[in-house]
Design a protein around this ligand. Structure first.
Ligand code: HAM
Length: 426
């Protein structure tokens, strides 16, 4: 039997890892510069956390969760997103005591049983942020600015923030009523799912991807025109700050997002350049002022977002340069020990990768292997070199080589690799 990875769940291979590591380390540094602290929650939670948190009429809960019973018969689910888990952890550990204004971030895999296609996996990775305990539009602005700057830092230029406001719970209810009134009488044109959504969860009709349903959206009511004065002011302030900061956004009047917990601000960042196809949402989020209370915690407002890492990597395309690699090739026992010492010295002094060949193979074979690793330089040591107290340094691109005094080997490597960025950070 030949095993393969589960459909929609992909291996990330060593050759692709530099891109992932670059994104993850840029993200950590960037988020920490905003005072965000990392949180790691388990990948499995009780099913009811997601049903209550995300909403039992959503596609995620009705169709996409990986749910199973454990040996004790409890219903558990692989997390389809991070917000509900972070809020659960926040409440469980009373984080509001130590962190009254909590800025939390997380990185990791999420699981949704959607139909796999380009940019859509069943196991995918998010970088997420949840800011809990702040109700002002300045918090919404901060996370949208932070997200935009992070995407720029990754190297993305072609993206646009789509923005909307759903209003408070009362506004959402009024909006739902006006939507219900609008779609009543148009049932025939709606897909089967949307027909049941009219009574079950009418906002979700606006997430439907079917063309026949979308064709009706043009005349649907505009939620941001029905906001109560406080929610209207919140939305206006947010737009003013974003404009002042030069963040490119458009108000998308039918953006409702596919999770029930949102109130007021919702947003999505879409990629406008090449490379993503129909799955063009790089990141998305919004405010969820009732979730902490609904899950049994204090009444605290919150706002957050999550970035789809696979989509960012696809949108960026191209390869990422790793730190330069140097090979050590030795012949004979005495030289092997000298090689281990030299490798140790190189790693401790310069910021490079050093690979020592430990197979006791022929010189030719060792050089071929170093080439396949992508070594820029190889240091060769045999009895001859030991006798003369030199090492032979070989430029793998030009194939030129020369003997250098053993004590100048580090300098010679630095010179061959082009010096500057190689200094080891102290
Ligand atoms: P979401 O819109 O479901 O929101 O997901 C956020 C991002 O994750 C999407 O914009 C997309 O880039 C990526 N994503 C989602 N599903 C997939 C998939 N099947 N394959 C690849 N990438 C995917 C949330 O998850 C909310 N928890 C965001 C949030 C945080 N709202 C407030 N705080």
């Amino acid at each position: 039997m030949k095993y393969t990875a589960i459909r929609g769940m992909e291996d990330i291979l060593p050759q692709d890892m530099p891109k992932w590591q670059r994104i993850e380390s840029l993200a950590r540094k960037h988020l920490e510069s905003y005072g965000c602290a990392e949180i790691r929650t388990p990948i499995v939670e009780e099913t009811s956390l997601f049903v209550r948190g995300i909403g039992d009429g959503t596609d995620i809960v009705t169709k996409e969760m990986y749910t199973f019973s454990d040996r004790k018969g409890r219903s558990l689910t692989l997390r389809p997103e991070g917000t509900a888990s972070v809020v659960r952890a926040f409440i469980e550990h009373s984080l509001q005591v130590k962190l009254p204004e909590a800025r939390l971030y997380y990185l990791g895999p999420m699981f949704r049983s959607e139909r796999p296609q380009k940019g859509r996996q069943r196991q995918f990775h998010q970088i997420g942020v949840e800011v809990i305990g702040m109700n002002s539009p300045y918090a919404d602005a901060e996370v949208i600015i932070q997200l935009s700057r992070m995407l720029e830092l990754f190297g993305l230029k072609d993206f646009m923030v789509k923005l909307n406001s759903l209003g408070c719970a009362g506004d959402k209810e009024k909006f739902a009523e006006s939507l219900r009134a609008y779609f009543k009488g148009k049932e025939e044109a709606l897909c089967d799912d949307c027909k049941t959504r009219i009574t079950r969860n009418v906002l979700r009709i606006l997430d439907c991807k079917k063309e026949s349903c979308r064709a009706l959206f043009g005349g649907a009511p505009d939620v941001s025109k029905q906001l109560c004065p406080a929610c209207d002011k919140h939305f206006e302030t947010l737009k003013k700050i974003l404009t002042g900061m030069g963040i490119r956004f458009t108000v998308a009047k039918h953006l409702v997002r596919g999770l029930d917990y949102y109130t007021q601000t919702v947003f999505e960042v879409v990629h406008t350049g090449e490379g993503l196809g129909s799955q063009d949402a790089l990141a998305a989020g919004g405010r969820y002022d009732n979730l902490v209370k609904d899950l049994g915690g204090p009444a605290l407002g919150a706002v957050g977002y999550a970035i789809g890492v696979e989509r960012v990597i696809m949108a960026l395309g191209g390869a990422v340069e790793s730190r330069p690699l140097v090979g050590i090739v030795t012949m004979g026992d005495a030289a092997a020990i000298a090689g281990i010492k030299l490798a140790d010295e190189l790693r401790r002094n310069i910021d490079i990768r050093v690979v020592t060949d430990i197979r006791e193979a022929s010189l030719k074979s060792q050089l071929r292997t170093a080439d396949s690793y992508g070594a820029k330089a190889v240091l060769i040591i045999g009895d001859n070199e030991l006798g003369k107290n030199v090492v032979c340094i070989r430029n793998m691109e030009t194939k030129e080589q020369e003997d250098v005094a053993r004590q100048t080997a580090i300098e010679a490597v630095k010179k061959l690799l082009g010096n500057k960025e190689l200094k080891k950070a102290s």
